[in-house]
Design a protein around this ligand. Structure first.
Ligand code: GLC
Length: 423
């Protein structure tokens, strides 16, 4: 990300090439199965929430299956919640007993996931929640489950954020020293400013950043430490930017949109707002056409499986990616002088000089492609490699692409346009 040089940065070239990753939100909240913020939303106390810890037993956990499904969907990296806001840790941390190995399951859950995804060739990222609604030194604030409980607040008014910040560093040190080379560190999140807000001062973000860069100099860091200029990429959440994202000087920055399938990040049994395969593909393509990545989230169940609805979507995405992956990997926005036609997106691979035309709607018979006259050498439908004919528009810089009447049988048809070398 081209912001200040005050801080060191990781090398984002692999990230820009790979474009598509899997987010995994997994923790105790999979048991209530009604949103990972359930402790906050229902203002649950530790005594109540403890039932999920005592019943945590993911006997169908098969990270090799997760990894295979991610790979098949075309994902090239994954980011897993080592700890979410509830404070529960998936790994065998020495800093707390609030961890998977102390549940009835009795085992570390992180290492098997890393092994499985690495052996499928995916890169590894750690999500780590800066918020912690279980830690005894985390000061109660407006997000805390006991925010409206005066007696609790009174009893816990001497909590010391400095002790908590040290705990965070100890945990991050464990994660970045005990698990090999880590590609992404994904902190979540800062809310400075308000009276009880927390940001760089409370998290001691400078120290945290120094620690991360020292332990894993090549890691890519997200932008939620409230430390301007420190991030390698921006993280728009559950929305699609309207165009390439820019920094203050108007230069494009590296970004990754994170999205859920259905609204909640953690497993949500009764949520019915699941996006279709087609919509998810639109999001991925739209993002790449604006220079962004997609981190698409799954919330495994309490028994450790990927939700059947997630599996179905991953399969559908994978079918499309198998045939159309080269319109995604290594691609970014098209050159500015090539505007995409209506209801279409362009992605562009500058190395191979191929332009990809993605159809979000299927027009009738012809489509005008501006400014391609003299530049276009050959065109084919990407999924089957069948030739696409075109006419040169006399006295204009456009090309008229000729389309079959019937839309090809895939969610988003793509035409691969081979461009001539620049003279
Ligand atoms: C938010 C939410 C959280 C989720 C994250 C993913 O900050 O607090 O539940 O993990 O976004 O981006």
């Amino acid at each position: 990300m081209s912001t200040s040089n005050q801080y060191p940065h990781g090398d984002t070239s692999w990230f820009l090439r790979d474009r598509f990753g899997m987010f995994i939100h997994w923790g105790l909240y999979a048991l209530p199965g009604r949103h990972e913020w359930v402790k906050n939303r229902e203002k649950l106390g530790d005594a109540h929430y403890d039932r999920y810890f005592r019943h945590f037993y993911p006997d169908l956990y098969d990270p090799a299956d997760w990894a295979r499904r991610a790979k098949r969907a075309g994902m090239k990296y994954f980011v897993i919640t080592t700890k979410h806001h509830e404070g529960f840790c998936l790994w065998n941390t020495a800093c707390t007993d609030y961890k998977a190995p102390k549940t009835p399951w009795g085992k570390d859950l992180l290492r098997p996931a890393l092994d499985a995804f690495r052996s499928e060739g995916l890169r590894v990222g750690f999500y780590y929640s800066l918020l912690d609604w279980h830690h005894p030194q985390f000061p109660v604030d407006g997000f805390h489950p006991q925010r409206d409980d005066p007696a609790f607040r009174e009893m816990h008014k001497h909590r010391d954020i400095k002790k908590y910040a040290a705990y965070v560093r100890d945990q991050v040190e464990e994660l970045l020293t005990g698990y090999g080379s880590v590609d992404i560190m994904w902190f979540d999140f800062s809310y400075p400013g308000e009276e009880e807000g927390k940001g760089r001062e409370q998290w001691e973000s400078e120290k945290l950043l120094e620690l991360v860069r020292r332990l894993q100099p090549n890691i890519l860091l997200n932008d939620r430490l409230d430390l301007p200029g420190s991030a390698d990429f921006k993280t728009p959440e559950q929305y699609q930017p309207t165009g390439p994202m820019m920094d203050e000087d108007g230069k494009p920055v590296v970004w990754e949109a994170c999205h859920t399938f259905s609204g909640s990040w953690g497993y949500h049994r009764d949520e019915a707002t699941w996006k279709s395969v087609e919509q998810l593909l639109w999001m991925l393509i739209d993002g790449v056409s604006k220079g962004g990545n997609l981190l698409l989230n799954v919330g495994p169940t309490a028994r450790g499986e990927l939700d059947y609805r997630a599996r179905e979507r991953l399969d559908g995405i994978g079918d499309w990616m198998r045939q159309n992956g080269r319109a995604i990997y290594g691609c970014g926005p098209a050159p500015a002088e090539l505007p995409a036609p209506e209801d279409c997106r362009y992605t562009y691979n500058a190395e191979t000089r191929r332009l990809y035309l993605h159809f979000f709607a299927w027009p009738l018979k012809t489509l005008e492609l501006k400014n391609l006259n003299g530049k276009l050498k050959y065109a084919q439908l990407l999924h089957d490699g069948s030739e696409m004919t075109y006419k040169l528009n006399q006295n204009s810089s456009s090309v008229l692409l000729e389309l079959p009447v019937v839309k090809p049988p895939l969610a988003v048809p793509v035409v691969e346009l081979f461009l001539a070398e620049e003279k």
